[in-house]
Design a protein around this ligand. Structure first.
Ligand code: NHX
Ligand code: ZN
Length: 674
């Protein structure tokens, strides 16, 4: 299949094998299989449709003068007797004609039976006595029994054929660049002017990513007028690495480069190099670069390059990744191998630069890294505008507001939100997609499907309300905790209830912020213990998050007093296995520090909850009654927040809390929404 594609792409360059007279391909394979099947079929029918008779049964027939010929097979004590045509149906129970059809190798009107005889001598005696006694007119013939030879041949032939094919495949694999069925050919997809690409992507289709776009525009300029750079003695870069989390538009950016530069564009994924055969990956790399050089100037885009580019193992005895390492070595050589002015620019995308082999990143290979980050507020607004182009919306939809509601969303997530909102609106039979469809879509994507019908007992509901009330109380009382948006005890996805926060979009986090966040996360479990005196399994997700955070604080951020300013991050992306970068004593210390941090925050959570017991219980009651409550309901219970400053400011700024608005109005509002 891939062979055909390649041919379509480059009719000027037939493969290296096409001028050989004998071309091994699928047709040959099918031919061989059919021949073998036929052989098996005929050998089977030959013996299968012959009736086999027992010795005494045969004697009975022979004495009735049934046979016209008897052929004695000397080697395997067998006689093949030909029945007189007029008696066939009596013995075989079928007319000669149908028998002849069944066995096309036999002449019409000729039917045989086979019999195993005690021995050739005995049979000869018996025949002679029959000829003497009764008047039978069967002729007898002896043959050397080529049937034995034939059987051997049948048994040996397939093996010979298999060996033949095996040798053939091996020769092709080690020798030519093709390999059997094009295994060693690159799987790269080529897009160029001739290929009927439905829609060309340009920079206009890429929303946000202004810095990355700028970098990439330079590459386009290299391709369009290389002379401008080479005249000054500059070398054209060989490759650029697009780095960023999934869904941020790395592939889109690469496509836009190709669209703008108007040059051929090879697109493939790092995993396309990987195959179970030895040497195939390297061979594919070679083939890719050969094709690219023919098409130069052009762009080669390798998506998910970490599949091949992962750092080579440190202990060679492992040997498990040999094949991938060969592929990587070939890639490294090829990138160095072609002159820098050959006009092949390699773009690669990955979300994990830290695990890539350092040799790949050195200057002369991927000499520039372009960061494609998660979109910030203004970028998200632009992305929303792009995706809303095809959606019928009414004036209630405010992109500014939605961009604020979706911190941490990638471009792909936003596309998903828009689509989901349209689906929700359509489900409700609306003519236009409205603001609350978008809000529901965001909730849906963050939290999963709402499950109003989930059966919960009264007691469970009380536990859930107290748990969520604990989170809410703490995040209200803690200065640096994320501002609360709403609290709900309606099950959604895996969760039975949730407190929704609006995370600040900050670049760095302080120790105090981490502490307060952990304290608020532990608030659910602490509330259960304080109020109910029983704890439940439900908090495991909270505990998991807190434990990971505390571990990161100790091991990555150097934030513990006993292990200050230390970082044990391992960049290779492999598990430490037996070789942790710290001693056993340090491991014990890490464990105890993690425990200490969590215990401190848990105690703090309990202290605050005891202090605010009245408000907490009021909150739980309100939750049980209304199921969903918003930030301003909390304000009614707690009064104005002590540190309005930070969090409330953000909420007001994001339009979630309007300080002017009266409480009564807002309550109506939220009642409407649910
Ligand atoms: C269970 N679910 O697994 C039941 C059905 C303690 C009132 N047996 O902490 O819903 O126990 O503050 C993402 C988000 C699993 C993934 C939440 C995976 C929750 C959630 C377990 C509330 N809110 N726990 C919480 C909860 C549960 C769970 C999750 C997840 C509960 C708690 C889930
Ligand atoms: Zn919780």
């Amino acid at each position: 299949m891939s062979e055909e594609k390649n041919k379509n792409n480059k009719p000027a360059n037939p493969g290296p094998n096409s001028n050989k007279p004998f071309k091994f391909n699928m047709a040959w394979m099918y031919g061989l299989i059919i021949v073998m099947l036929l052989a098996v079929f005929f050998t089977n029918t030959n013996s299968g449709s012959n009736k086999e008779l027992g010795w005494s049964e045969f004697q009975k027939y022979a004495e009735e003068n049934t046979f016209s010929k008897m052929a004695v097979n000397l080697s395997d004590r067998k006689v093949i007797a030909t029945i007189k045509p007029e008696l066939v149906s009596a013995i075989l129970g079928a007319s000669t004609d149908t028998f002849a059809i069944k066995n096309p190798l036999k002449k019409a009107g000729e039917a045989t039976v086979t019999v195993i005889i005690p021995s050739v001598d005995k049979f000869t005696d018996y025949y002679n006595s029959l000829v003497l006694k009764k008047e039978i007119d069967a002729t007898i013939s002896y043959n050397e029994g080529n049937s034995l030879l034939w059987t051997i041949a049948i048994q040996v032939l397939p093996i010979v054929i298999i060996v033949f094919i095996w040798i053939f495949l091996f020769r092709r694999m080690s020798g030519g660049s093709g390999g059997p069925f094009g295994v060693g050919k690159t799987k790269a997809q080529l897009y160029d002017k001739s290929s009927t690409q439905s829609k060309k992507v340009t920079f206009k289709d890429v929303a946000g990513l202004s810095e990355a776009k700028q970098e990439v525009e330079e590459i386009v300029d290299f391709l369009k007028n290389p002379a401008k750079y080479t005249d000054l003695g500059a070398k054209i870069p060989k490759g650029a690495l697009l780095v960023g989390p999934p869904g941020t538009g790395k592939t889109l950016l690469a496509k836009a480069v190709a669209g703008e530069a108007d040059v051929p564009f090879f697109s493939l994924s790092g995993s396309d190099f990987v195959e179970m055969f030895v040497g195939v990956g390297a061979s594919r790399v070679r083939d890719l670069f050969r094709q690219a050089k023919e098409k130069a100037p052009c762009i080669v885009f390798i998506d998910e390059i970490d599949a091949v580019g992962r750092a080579r193992g440190r202990n060679p005895s492992m040997g498990a990744n040999d094949e991938r390492e060969n592929t990587l070595n070939q890639l490294l050589t090829e990138m160095d191998g072609f002159g820098s002015n050959s006009g092949v620019i390699i773009l690669a995308a990955t979300n994990r630069v830290d695990i890539l082999d350092k040799a790949l990143l050195r200057a002369g290979r991927f000499d520039r890294q372009i960061n494609v980050d998660l979109p910030e507020l203004n970028d998200r607004k632009e992305i929303f505008l792009v995706h809303l182009r095809d959606i019928k919306i009414d004036e209630s939809v405010d992109t500014e507001f939605m961009a604020r509601q979706t911190p941490g969303f990638s471009g792909a997530d936003i596309a998903n939100v828009c689509n989901e909102a349209a689906l929700i609106a359509a489900r409700n039979g609306k003519e236009f997609v409205q603001k609350d469809d978008f809000m529901n879509a965001v909730d849906r994507i963050v939290g999963g499907l709402e499950k109003k019908s989930k059966v919960t007992t009264v007691e469970e509901r009380r536990t859930i309300a107290i748990h969520e009330g604990g989170h809410a109380t703490l995040s209200w009382m803690l200065e640096y905790a994320n501002p609360l948006v709403k609290v709900t005890i309606v099950p959604r996805g895996k969760a039975l209830g949730a407190a929704w926060y609006m995370p600040e979009e900050r670049q760095i986090t302080t120790y105090q912020q981490l502490q307060d966040e952990m304290c608020a996360t532990l608030g659910g479990r602490a509330a259960e213990e304080l109020v109910l005196g029983k704890i439940s399994t439900g908090a495991y997700n909270d505990l998991e998050r807190v434990t990971k955070q505390a571990y990161a604080m100790v091991v990555y951020y150097g934030m513990s007093n006993l292990l200050p300013n230390l970082n044990y991050y391992d960049a290779s992306g492999q598990d430490w296995g037996f070789t942790k970068p710290y001693s056993d004593e340090t491991a014990t210390l890490i464990d105890s520090e993690v425990k200490r941090i969590i215990n401190e925050q848990y105690a703090r959570a309990q202290a605050i909850l005891t202090e605010c017991k009245i408000q907490h219980m009021a909150l739980a009651e309100l939750l049980l009654e209304k199921e969903v409550i918003y930030a301003d309901d909390l304000e009614k219970i707690f009064g104005k927040r002590k540190w309005l400053s930070r969090s409330q400011e953000i909420l007001a700024q994001q339009g979630l809390v309007d300080p002017e608005e009266t409480v009564a109005e807002k309550t109506e509002d939220s009642g409407e929404e649910k």
